[in-house]
Ligand binder design. Structure first.
Ligand SMILES: Nc1ncnc2c1ncn2[C@@H]1O[C@H](COP(=O)(O)OP(=O)(O)O)[C@@H](O)[C@H]1O
Ligand SMILES: [Mg+2]
Length: 210
């Protein structure tokens, strides 16, 4: 019997910092998030929110400090293992615009080696209320709908920790409400770290420097 991956915190961050040369992106960040919690990063432009997400998502290495992500210590060697357990929805959706919604999701499900991709894709489409647009080219979708496709893509791997970077930025109030409602259990997934405006639903937050 293996160790329960959910026995510890979903995210544990201790005095984490990231510098780019002389520029400090974020400094001395510490917090802990339990499984099932929604946690938001608050901060003005340039406060280091995206860089924090990119660091915890193993896309860039921290300058100092330590963290465990989905129970795994954040080290260079553990990058692949961590990425198997998390998903990041970036600020810009980054979809193949000439492919349909379904084709995009099939493509990424294949890349993530998702088991039972058909079922996963169906569930993800349902979670973001896009089942009826599955055969539309992404180029023909509104900004908010593309955002939802990106969210569906992030759900494909059934992540233990889901990072959302400004998921509602630029969306109208109705689309923003839809994203917030996803946080009320609509996702059927584990833990989420939200950025900025999705804070309405947060259980906790980290307030960065102004
Ligand atoms: N790859 C990079 N090289 C140099 N500076 C960077 C890089 N990525 C981010 N930064 C800097 O780090 C700071 C924080 O950026 P960011 O994390 O994007 O802030 P936020 O998401 O809170 O608006 C900014 O000053 C930004 O220019
Ligand atoms: Mg940002």
């Amino acid at each position: 019997m293996g160790t329960d991956p959910k026995s510890g915190p979903a995210l544990s961050v201790h005095e984490l910092s990231k510098r780019f040369g002389d520029r400090v992106a974020f400094h001395d960040v510490s917090f802990e998030i339990g499984h099932g919690e929604i946690f938001g990063f608050l901060g003005s432009n340039d406060a280091g929110k995206t860089t924090t997400v990119r660091t915890l998502g193993t896309l860039i290495a921290p300058t100092s400090g330590s963290a465990t992500v989905a129970g795994i210590p954040l080290t260079l060697d553990n990058g692949i293992e961590i990425r198997r357990r998390i998903a990041i929805m970036p600020e810009s959706p980054g979809l193949y615009l000439h492919l349909t919604v379904l084709e995009n999701l099939e493509c990424f499900a294949d890349l993530y080696e998702a088991p039972d991709p058909k079922e996963r894709i169906g569930r993800a489409l349902q979670a973001v209320k896009l089942s009826d647009r599955a055969h539309d080219a992404c180029a023909t979708l509104s900004k908010g709908l593309r955002q939802r496709v990106a969210l569906a893509r992030a759900l494909l791997s059934d992540p233990q920790v889901l990072f959302l970077d400004e998921p509602t930025s630029g969306l109208d109030p109705g689309a923003t409400r839809d994203v917030h409602e996803l946080g009320d259990g609509g996702l059927g997934t584990g833990d989420r770290a939200l950025d900025e405006e999705a804070l309405r639903d947060c259980d906790g937050e980290f307030q960065g420097p102004a």
